[in-house]
Write a protein of this length. Sequence first.
Length: 577
Amino acid sequence: MLKKKFDKSNLPSRHVTLGPARAPHRSYYYAMGISEEEIEQPFIGVATCWNEAAPCNIALNRQAQAVKMGVKEGFGTPREFTTITVTDGIAMGHEGMRSSLASREAIADTVELTMRGHCYDAIVGLAGCDKSLPGMMMAMVRLNVPSVFIYGGSIMPGRFNGKDVTVQDVFEAVGRHQAGQNSDEELRALEKVACPSAGACGGQFTANTMACVSEAIGLALLNSSGAPAPYESRDAYATASGLKVMELLEKNIRARDVVTLKSLENAARVVACTGGSTNAGLHLPAIAHEAGIDFDLEDVCDIFRDTPYFVDLKPGGQFVAKDLYEVGGVPVVMKELRKAGLIHEDCITANGCTIGEALDTVEGHADGRVIYPVDKPITKTGGVVGLKGNLAPEGAIVKVAGMSAEEQVFTGPAHVFENEEEAFEAVKARTYKEGEVLVIRNEGPAGGPGMREMLATTAALSGQGMGKKVALITDGRFSGATRGFCVGHVGPESAHGGPIALLEDGDMITIDAIKGEISVALTDAELEERKTKWGGARETIYAAGALWKYAQLVGSTRLGAVTHPGAKKEKHVYMDL
């Protein structure tokens, strides 16, 4: 078969492969068994977050080999490399969770540095756990090279007492165990069967939410995120992704041609209609920031507010990612959105065609069980809504998927905790009261540091049967698996002197997800008086190292908790150096 000839004279890899001055560089490639012919081809970074930390990432190595086959088929030379992942299911509920959001920035930074250092021409990125998906997509947009994203796939559901279960059920079982409602033996039996395979958490938690985003935003091939990790069919999508990145390189279609304001809006629609994770309200602005696009938490929430919720997925609903895949996946969801005029069809995708052209080829339809028809939704507004008021001038976010209208309004006295551990101990000891609004502060991006998720606490409340009898607000985050009336991303955060820092036990707080309001019954003058007496940001034990560095650099939650100025301040584009 005749080899396709690429002109590398304008590609980054020319800096390490072309001309007499690059003889030392080429000697390194020969040392790895690369042929002269392969050195003359474009170099494609195949980036994975493979590690042995958790099932989310364990299958990425296998899929990377399939990607490399596709790159080779398209006459490219694949160069595989790995980056870190912090897996939230294991980091949850202790100090390790401070590393989670910071890892998103580290992933983006290390992928950027690896690509720059070795002058790779394009990238296929594979990711499996919550922060690795947006981190990988952020790197693609920051570099602005031809890019294809591929999700490692979700875990298979476990079976316990004749029902499908996920890790969410295990977290909630801990709450029931604390309440004396199940035994040590029952808890042990559940933990052994809840996670039966490789793959990321099976519900519409953060990993699957961002996997859906990858398709909707156009960086991933349509339907590539659906098949569970153990399915060998994933390898076909991986190979196709490798082949497709070579086509994008030939056409010079880059990540920022794909990620536009319109495609970000498409992605937010898909999050809303599937009842996705509140963390999308953090990650979509961060991806937008890498493209120099203004798209903050408020913009995301505006879309959430007028998008119907019609895909019945856990934690608010009944089904898991495997079920969505079996009824047609994200493409069918987007077809339903298109019927309601809620999709921008002219957005270019990794397929090289527009999203409208791609959807024209999709044959599936709403099944009425997992995917409801858009004109007969579960609820008329999105599964995630934004809140604003004197308690959160920069906004907050809450997941209401699966909640009735009556459950979306709550007024009660504040019960203030200075960190998550205090709150968890109170929940465990049941020293809180029905009707209270539990306030967990000092857990924002800078003040935590790291903006920890609160799944251990919220799951314990649900396990105790109190998930609907109290509300919870925090300047930290919630897992995509959280359910109950739990408000996160309250901004400004406590460390920046936001109103959440000024709350006292007994202050009356009202949360109204229908009106989009969150307020405390204090006047502006009373809040200002408390501000003058506020002692400033709490001192943390993180006075050196990566978390100290993160706390110094991180910006507001509203803008995605990012750590650098973004594309608006760029003076060059990597691809064009």
